[in-house]
Write a protein that binds this ligand. Structure first.
Ligand SMILES: [Zn+2]
Length: 160
């Protein structure tokens, strides 16, 4: 078994979409990013990349590359998962936290978990997504940024 971890931060600004875990959330601020700015899916990707010691998201998908401009982060997860499968690993579970001051995310959590489960080819009970605020303190608390963290456990599938 191997473990991977990742943290990501995106600036929040007007005239950007707020997409978290593949769910578009109506809000007056959105996440600024070269792809679709999906902070949660970025840590999902990068924790997997970390578990297999493959470098980081920027190495695999350079943000200077036109190919990845505005790309759906779901596609990035799919590309990473094809690498995970090529190396003969499967995901055991993933645990993520979203730090966001507003809006409340509770009604979107199930859909985020469902999206991540589909992308990682696992069941929804293997996916945890938690949401918390920063009690109005710091860049998250001042609604300047969204931050996410993910921890993932993977296991070799061909254990002879
Ligand atoms: Zn990111």
């Amino acid at each position: 078994m191997r473990i991977g971890h990742s943290t990501d931060i995106h600036r929040l600004e007007k005239d950007n979409k707020l997409i978290i875990g593949g769910v578009t959330i109506p809000y007056y601020l959105g996440s600024v990013g070269h792809s679709d700015g999906d902070c949660l899916l970025h840590t999902v990707c990068e924790s997997l990349i970390g578990a297999l010691a493959l470098g980081d998201l920027g190495q695999l998908f350079p943000d200077t590359s036109e190919e990845f401009r505005g790309i759906s982060s779901s596609l990035l997860v799919k590309k990473v998962m094809s690498e995970v499968k090529r190396l003969k690993y499967k995901v055991i579970n993933i645990d993520s936290t979203v730090f966001l001051e507003e809006p409340k995310l509770s009604s979107y959590i199930f859909e985020m978990r469902s999206n991540i489960a589909n992308l990682l080819d696992i069941e929804i009970n293997q996916v945890s997504v938690k949401a918390t605020t920063s009690e109005r303190v710091g860049i998250v608390g001042r609604k300047e940024a969204i931050m996410t963290e993910s921890v993932v456990l993977v296991e070799k599938t061909d254990k002879q």
